[in-house]
Design a protein around this ligand. Structure first.
Ligand code: HPA
Ligand code: ZN
Length: 349
């Protein structure tokens, strides 16, 4: 990657690092760092096609979404026990704490695990144990969003939902929503109309990946056919002015993931990222890390990359963090508490 933008001033860098923020687009399986991946492979006696951590890391050179997904699903095969899911989640929370992430809404893909014979209750239990522990020990706020894999048939999403529903009461403090991820092109939102209608009836918050590699029509259809409240990615919305006007008017949040977009070649250079244009057009844009172990950085790395490449001002950066709290699914009182904390931070810096 080439960049001709000046390095960030030290005071702006530390301002960004200390900003209280929320993460709304994070796949927990995408936080599996090569070191932990290797350790779990050894513990669970899973053969890896890489001899060293360095060799694995060197394979993280992606040409598009599918080239990433192939590696990401292969890597998830080392996750077998409740303890594995717990350790992965606990490690992500450590990054949140150092990046001043106050609240995280976390995706997980049960089908990636149930397909390999791992029970859905194991996945829920390991993730939830780490999140509840962090809540009790540090007041770390979080929620989970169960996501369906869109390259699989809708029927399998229904089977996953039915398998998860008996756990709902046990995880009511965390499980707030339903998402849709994996290979976008050729798997339009309309494929999941029925299962999203059922999830809506059940009272879940709804989100979907759209407009990452897929066209703006997928963003529109996710809104009209799936009735989602937020769009994950959504950067290709810019190609459709009518959709842009609608997103701005409705203040539909877009959970944008800059380093992900760069690594998956959605943009060729960070200086070409449209995040600032989306923000200036009045859209409720947020910054997120997506799959940080694969894309080269957690939340602060994403903020710093766009701040530098797009030369964002303090006002713009604060707007992005404000949007992250406003776009969260937190109860209103919790949102207000975090927004007040943000105001206090801005006043003090
Ligand atoms: N897009 C689609 N599916 C995904 C992604 C993504 O960025 N990350 C993990 N699963
Ligand atoms: Zn994603």
């Amino acid at each position: 990657m080439t960049t001709s933008t000046p390095a960030l001033a030290a005071d702006l860098k530390s301002f960004i690092e200390g900003l209280p923020k929320a993460e709304l687009h994070l796949h927990i399986e995408g936080t599996l760092e090569p070191e932990l991946l290797f350790a779990l492979a050894q513990r669970n006696q899973v053969q890896l096609p890489y001899a060293t951590v360095e060799e694995l890391r060197a394979a993280y050179a992606f040409s598009d979404l599918q080239s990433f997904l192939d590696l990401y699903y292969a890597g998830a095969a080392v996750l077998q026990t409740e303890q594995d899911f717990y350790e992965m989640t606990a490690s992500y929370i450590g990054h949140c704490r150092s990046d001043n992430v106050r609240h995280a809404e976390i995706f997980f893909d049960p089908q990636t695990h149930t397909e390999r014979g791992i029970g859905i209750e194991i996945v829920f239990a390991g993730i939830a144990r780490a999140l509840r522990e962090a809540r009790d020990a540090h007041g770390f706020s979080s929620a989970i969003i169960m996501s369906f894999l869109r390259h699989l048939p809708e029927e399998e999403a229904f089977i996953t939902l039915e398998a998860a529903l008996p756990l709902r009461d046990q995880y009511r403090d965390l499980w707030i929503g339903i998402g849709l991820d994996s290979a976008e092109r050729g798997n339009p939102p309309e494929k999941f109309t029925n299962v999203f209608a059922r999830c809506r009836q059940l009272g879940f918050h709804l989100v979907a990946h759209a407009g990452e590699e897929g066209p703006p029509e997928y963003v529109r259809d996710a809104l009209d056919m799936l009735h989602v409240e937020r769009i994950d990615h959504g950067v290709r919305s810019e190609e459709d002015p009518v959709l842009m006007a609608r997103l701005a008017k409705q203040r539909t949040p877009l959970t944008v993931c800059p380093l992900s977009n760069l690594k998956l070649c959605v943009v060729n250079d960070m200086t070409e990222h449209n995040l600032a244009r989306l923000l200036h057009a009045g859209l409720a844009v947020t910054i997120n890390s997506d799959d940080p172990a694969y894309f080269g950085g957690y939340m602060n790395a994403n903020y710093l990359a766009v701040a530098e490449s797009l030369q964002l001002s303090r006002t713009e950066l604060v707007k992005l963090t404000r949007n992250s709290f406003e776009a969260s699914f937190l109860p209103i009182a919790e949102k207000q508490r975090l927004l007040l904390e943000l105001d206090g931070y801005c006043m003090a810096h």
